[in-house]
Design a protein around this ligand. Structure first.
Ligand SMILES: [Zn+2]
Length: 153
């Protein structure tokens, strides 16, 4: 993921995709990583896109700056479903594991512990996730994009 696509990286992780993103990464390092790990390069940068294609890497050149339109481009291109899938940490790309409430009394506000039954913890950075208001809004946005993807065909 190129250095300007932090938001898109977070959204794709929320869909459960394995996305590396480093705002400091150089083009060279990014292409190297793509080659080594067989990753798809996603970029807004035409030059970087050309470089990737030339070295026969799989690459996507995004046309839009808006996150919803970028997601639509990706969904069409990679045929991925736009549904929340809590397996990846949106912050660090670490794997999430389900944690039962009893272990979270120090980590999650009481109100949220009461209101929700499902919690996930990132094994890498320790962040806790639960399907709160934020998730619901994201889910709604994803549904909207999904619809526009389907009507586009
Ligand atoms: Zn994490």
């Amino acid at each position: 993921m190129d250095a300007h696509l932090g938001k898109l990286a977070r959204w794709l992780r929320m869909l459960g995709h394995d996305v590396t993103y480093d705002p400091q990464v150089t083009d060279t390092a990014l292409l190297e990583e793509g080659r080594k790990r067989g990753r798809i390069i996603v970029t807004r940068d035409k030059e970087l896109f050309q470089k990737a294609i030339k070295t026969s890497l799989n690459a996507i050149l995004l046309k839009n700056d808006k996150i919803t339109k970028q997601l639509k481009e990706i969904a069409i291109r990679l045929k991925i479903s736009l549904e929340l899938n809590p397996t990846r940490c949106s912050i660090c790309n670490g794997m999430l594991v389900k944690v039962s409430k009893q272990f979270l009394t120090q980590k999650v506000p009481k109100r949220s512990l009461k209101a929700y039954n499902e919690f996930w913890e990132c094994q890498k950075c320790g962040k806790i996730f639960w399907p709160g208001i934020h998730w619901k809004n994201i889910s709604k946005t994803l549904q909207k994009i999904s619809k526009s993807v389907n009507t586009n065909k």
